[in-house]
Design a protein around this ligand. Structure first.
Ligand code: CTP
Ligand code: MG
Length: 234
């Protein structure tokens, strides 16, 4: 089955602070989105990349994709995104041509994911999993708290057993029909695509993620991303 990648890149990047939309910010001189597109197109299995641009930024993103060297064997589409990540992904799915049976969803904000991680996710879907997420064990202990209406100490409710917890990354890989069905039927707000498939009662599996697939969210993450690129000499 052919593999398409949907890259939601429509977010503003509020937690990164003032500036251009996050996906368009430069890392060592190249827009984060271009790094992310190259990371997915680096997989020989990925034949189509659909970039979901900021709602009013489709033309700008199209010209960016034209301005940078990208693999010849990969097709690229740009569609404008929506108000939430969930809506942006759905708009990307709506733009897929019929012939791609496997879909990856990858955050533009994870520009440094290694191709081996991308290929491991694809392989797990090809081996029969309907939903696959790259995931890592946690370094920190996690507390569940009772959030308070005002600033101040928050009571701890529970400490889940860390050895059973995973921090999940992207690309998440799906049987296309399963993901489309999830996006059609789940209305609750979610922070990743696999949780929508979970809500359908369908199985989701984790494969090993990678430290370099971290999400650029806050200013310190930019420092780390540029250091990783420098180590790769990019
Ligand atoms: N995203 C999107 N459409 C939205 C919101 C987010 O396509 N309406 C994308 C982002 O561009 C990003 C990915 O979803 O690639 C993960 O979201 P996140 O890291 O939260 O990025 P932002 O929403 O841009 O950041 P913030 O939440 O700090 O504003
Ligand atoms: Mg966000």
């Amino acid at each position: 089955s052919l593999v398409a990648a949907v890259i939601p890149a429509a977010g503003r990047g509020v937690r990164l602070g003032p500036g251009a939309p996050k996906a368009l910010r430069a890392l060592n001189g190249t827009p984060m989105l271009i790094h992310a597109v190259r990371a997915l197109a680096a997989s020989r299995s990925v034949s189509l990349v659909v970039v979901v641009s900021p709602p009013d930024g489709a033309a700008e993103v199209k010209s960016l994709l034209d301005a940078y060297e990208l693999p010849e064997r990969t097709d690229f589409l740009v569609v404008p995104g929506g108000e939430s990540r969930q809506e942006s992904v759905r708009l990307g799915l709506d733009a897929l041509p019929p012939d791609h049976g496997i879909v990856l969803v990858h955050d533009a904000a994870r520009p440094l994911v290694p191709v081996d991680t991308v290929d491991a996710v694809i392989e797990a879907v090809r081996d029969g999993a309907r939903a696959v997420v790259p995931a890592l064990p946690l370094a920190d202990t996690v507390k569940e708290v009772e959030p308070q209406p005002e600033a101040g100490p928050e009571p701890v409710v529970a400490t889940p057993d860390r050895s059973r917890l995973r921090a999940v990354q992207t690309p998440q890989g799906f049987d296309r029909a399963t993901l489309v069905h999830a996006h059609e039927s789940v209305t609750q707000d979610v922070t990743d695509d696999a949780s929508m498939v979970e809500q359908l009662g369908e199985p989701v599996v984790c494969v090993p993620g990678h430290e370099e697939a971290f999400k650029v969210t806050r200013p310190l993450d930019l420092v780390l991303a540029e250091a990783v690129l420098a180590r790769r000499r990019l």
